[in-house]
Structures are given as C-alpha cells and as structure tokens.
Design a protein around this ligand. Structure first.
Ligand code: CTP
Ligand code: CA
Length: 225
C-alpha cells in the first residue's frame, strides 16, 4: 500500500505519541534505562504531522531531532511521562505509546553521588505506574495503540497486553529478531486487534511502518478493518 504524497488524511485529528526510553535516577550521575532509541516514536510523529494531524510528542531522552510541525514535551522519568500524558489525554483522538517506559524506579534517589565500597550494593526498586493501563481504564472517545516488546511467546504475551490494557491496536515485536526493535532503522512486527485478528508485516523501515500504522488507525476510526 502506497501513501499518496501530500495526502492530509489525518487532518482534524490530534494525536499523542510517546517515544524514547525513560530514565530513572539512582543519584545525580546515574540512572536506569533501556535500549530504546526513540526512532519508532519519532517516525510516527513525523508521518502523522505530514498527514495533517496536530501532533504532541511526549519524549524521553533521545539523540533525535524533533520532526517539523511536532509539539514536543520533553520528559525524563516514567512519572513525568505519566503526568504529561494524562494532562493531554482528554484533548486527543489517538494515543500511540511507542515509548519504552521503565517498569521500575529506584525507591530512593540519592542526593549525592553514591560512593563505591568493597561490599557491592543492592539497589531497591519500586514499580512505576503503567501509563497505558491507566489510559485504557480512562478511555472515552480515544483510540489507543500500544507497543509490545517481547523476547519469547510473542503472540501470547501480546494478546494478554491488548486485553489487559483495553487497546484498539497493538504493535508487537520480537526484539531478538534481526532488524527488529531497539536501535534499528527497521522493524519486524505483528499487528494485533482486540478481536484476536493478527497481521504479520514484512521487515520494514520504521518510517514506512509508521505510515502503515496510521493507515490502520484511520481504518479503525472509520469503523472497519
Ligand atoms: N507501558 C506504559 N507504562 C509502563 C510500562 C509500559 O505505558 N509503566 C506501555 C509501553 O509504552 C508499551 C506497552 O505498555 O506501549 C507495553 O510495554 P511492554 O514493556 O512491552 O509491556 P509491559 O506491560 O510493561 O509488560 P512486560 O515489560 O512485563 O513485558
Ligand atoms: Ca515493560
């Protein structure tokens, strides 16, 4: 499927995309994070803006440039992302949660740089809020798109996420496959629907994949698949 250049088929839509990997501070110089590059989320923001949407990009730290016409809200931690997303949620039509949100944060953040000692150390973690789960609970008119990064049992794990989080569409990738996921310019995904339908997509450039995701979102909004 080819998108016609200049087609503004997301005009009249306000979309919220999250991107990047959150950082959970240990002390002033250290944090816990993950391998997310932010490329998938930035590609989604870029293509939505080109197709005429008003785009809010809530971004954890990345090394990427903000795409033209996109309103960026920079955050660092999962907690900050949660607050930014919740504030925007009532006013948006579609949310795409491409961010890799840290599941846990250090229970305390040390005010000073932690000094090493010979005994080793234990870092105590507490759970972050599942932002997407909260969005699913509060869903009204919005269409919710989640991502699932898996290393095993892709479809089974993804199906659990789509129902548990009350999603309209889930993009699932096995991050162990070559060319899929973290850091890569390409992605290899399955798209899942709440009715159990699964579509396997070929290895695609992240920009091309983002176009396909918006095509599916538009079709869902029109009430068909
Ligand atoms: N997500 C979120 N808030 C979190 C954790 C995850 O919004 N605290 C979102 C991600 O942005 C993604 C989706 O939930 O769209 C799935 O993330 P993933 O890490 O694959 O799933 P989890 O539910 O965190 O389960 P697990 O890590 O145990 O596989
Ligand atoms: Ca997780």
């Amino acid at each position: 499927k080819v998108m016609l250049t200049g087609k503004k088929d997301l005009a009249q839509n306000t979309v919220l995309v999250t991107a990047g990997g959150t950082r959970e501070p240990i002390d002033p110089v250290r944090y816990i994070s993950n391998r997310s590059s932010g490329k998938m989320g930035y590609a989604l923001a870029e293509t939505a803006a080109k197709r005429g949407a008003k785009v809010y990009l809530v971004s954890a730290p990345t090394s990427l440039a903000v795409p033209a016409g996109v309103h960026v809200i920079n955050v660092e931690t999962a907690e900050q992302m949660y607050r930014a997303v919740m504030e925007l949620y009532p006013g948006v039509d579609v949310v795409v949660k491409a961010a890799a949100v840290a599941d846990y944060r250090p229970r305390v953040t040390a005010a000073q740089k932690i000094k090493k000692n010979d005994a080793g150390m234990v870092l105590e973690l507490e759970k972050n809020t599942d932002i997407l789960m909260e969005l699913g609970k509060r869903k009204k008119h919005q269409l919710l798109v989640g991502f699932a990064a898996e290393t095993e049992d892709l479809i089974k794990n993804a199906r659990e996420k789509i129902s548990k989080k009350n999603l309209d569409l889930l993009v699932a990738n096995d991050v162990t496959r070559p060319g899929a996921g973290f850091g890569s310019d390409t992605n290899l995904v399955h798209i899942l629907y709440p009715d159990g339908k699964v579509e396997k997509l070929p290895l695609m450039d992240k920009l091309a994949l983002s176009e396909v995701i918006w095509d599916k979102v538009i079709r869902l909004k029109e009430g068909k698949k």
